[in-house]
Design a protein around this ligand. Structure first.
Ligand code: 2RA
Length: 339
């Protein structure tokens, strides 16, 4: 049913991993088309031992394509997704453009797989900082009802694409050699620094990245009453977003109960043994698909609260893996419907 596949943005930081994931997870496609803007047309990409030429992203490109996985800036997605759907394709989109559109399901397969059945051609994958947090919150929500979340993120430079990683390297090298570094991708040099701004100012002093965590969390968890107070910070780490999360629940949860809920939830690995200095760190989570949870504690400031630390590879579960899992979910649902 989803046999012909198009990938938009194959040469970007996330697109490269989507290609890897399609091979590693043995996604059952028969034909793969790579599409990009004029700049990349004609470039060849090796996929599974074969060389595929990048073709132009333009109307007509999606005829005879069943499924699209797209990792592009918002404006590109805004422009191409409608004609891709008109030409008969289903689009799994990683940009931010469609996520809050009420006609577009926003999917994390471990959390709200059933919402995918309402799609009208476009399915959105959430922002990386939201995805890992919601994977971790979902089992607590089911057991005890999440009321309020206070989260601080420590986000890797690859969240800003290949340019972000390059800037981390260049800025660190400049700092070590005593040179000044004029930042291009981030607001300030990121080497030996932290920048408490990701995105532009959106409302009440919160940034666009922070407000994504508020709105996307409510949409995925299907509960408009969940209150989220986020602070998003860029850190000098190449891959792997970390988050310090305090969650307040309706019903009380003990630390032991919370740990068991995390352990039993799909897509979560618990690494939590402070005595033996075991907790998730970005360098250990890089290249892995799970969301890692540790430092699980009760909230000693009062109320029904659990505090924990959450790390995930932002290019994998935060982007490519989640998109490929959405594509797998579509295949599974269509096979079930055909029976
Ligand atoms: C970042 N969350 O880390 C963004 C990428 N979608 O910059």
């Amino acid at each position: 049913m989803y046999e012909t596949l198009a990938l938009v943005g194959a040469t970007g930081a996330v697109g490269r991993i989507v290609l890897q994931q399609l091979q590693e997870r043995k996604f059952p496609y028969k034909r793969l088309k790579l599409l990009a803007s004029e700049r990349s047309v004609g470039k060849e990409v090796r996929v599974n031992g074969e060389s595929i030429k990048i073709e132009l992203l333009a109307p007509g490109a999606f005829k005879n394509i069943d499924l699209v996985i797209a990792s592009t800036p918002d404006e590109i997605s805004r422009d191409f997704a409608p004609y891709a759907v008109e030409e008969g394709a289903v689009v799994v989109d990683e940009s931010g453009y469609w996520r809050m559109d009420p006609t577009v399901p926003l999917i994390i397969p471990e959390v709200n797989p059933d919402a995918i059945d309402n799609h009208k051609g476009i399915i959105a994958s959430p922002n990386c900082s939201t995805t890992q947090m919601v994977v971790a919150l979902a089992p607590l929500h089911q057991a005890a009802g999440v009321k309020r979340v206070v989260v601080s993120t420590y986000q890797a430079t690859s969240g800003a694409g290949l340019a972000g990683t390059e800037e981390l390297n260049d800025s660190t090298r400049s700092a070590l050699t005593g040179k000044t570094y004029p930042p291009k991708t981030f607001q300030y040099p990121i080497g030996f620094n932290l920048i408490p701004q990701i995105g532009s100012e959106k409302q009440d002093g919160y940034t666009s990245e922070e407000m994504k965590m508020v709105y996307e969390t409510r949409k995925i968890m299907g509960d408009e009453n969940i209150q989220v107070c986020p602070t998003a910070v860029r850190v000098p780490v190449a891959i792997g977003h970390s988050e310090s999360i305090l969650v307040e629940t309706e019903k009380p949860l003990t630390t032991i109960e919370a740990r068991r809920l995390f352990e039993d939830a799909p897509g979560i690995t618990v690494v939590d043994d402070l005595d033996n200095q075991q907790y998730p760190m970005p360098r250990d989570c890089e290249g892995k698909d799970d969301v890692f949870v540790g430092r699980i504690r009760r909230d000693i400031s009062g109320g029904n609260g659990i505090a924990f630390w959450c790390v995930s590879d932002n290019l994998r579960k935060g982007a490519a893996t989640n998109a490929v899992q959405i594509a797998e979910l579509l295949v599974k649902r269509s096979a079930a419907a055909a029976k």
